[in-house]
Design a protein around this ligand. Sequence first.
Ligand SMILES: [Zn+2]
Length: 97
Amino acid sequence: MRRQGKLEYGCQAAPLRTCVGCRVRTAKSELLRLVVVEGVVIPDPGGRLPGRGASLHPSPRCLELAERRRAFSRAFRAQGSLDLSALRAHLEGLDVG
Ligand SMILES: [Zn+2]
């Protein structure tokens, strides 16, 4: 016997995430996933790295907003300061290219 399985993904909306910079809720696919590895914030465009993540628009403006309100420390529950240089370089690279 064969069941006629219907996939009901259609009724489910795309997952939303909040940008830690501008605090706007956006489709997950529009945002860049970030993770922290040993105090360094690392962009994870493929969503492959394990651990606690945060989401940010891939924009230097949102990075600046997040930095100003210390949103990264809160999002990652970090005790000390986080190194954002890798993330910044990534965003600047996107900007140029
Ligand atoms: Zn944003």
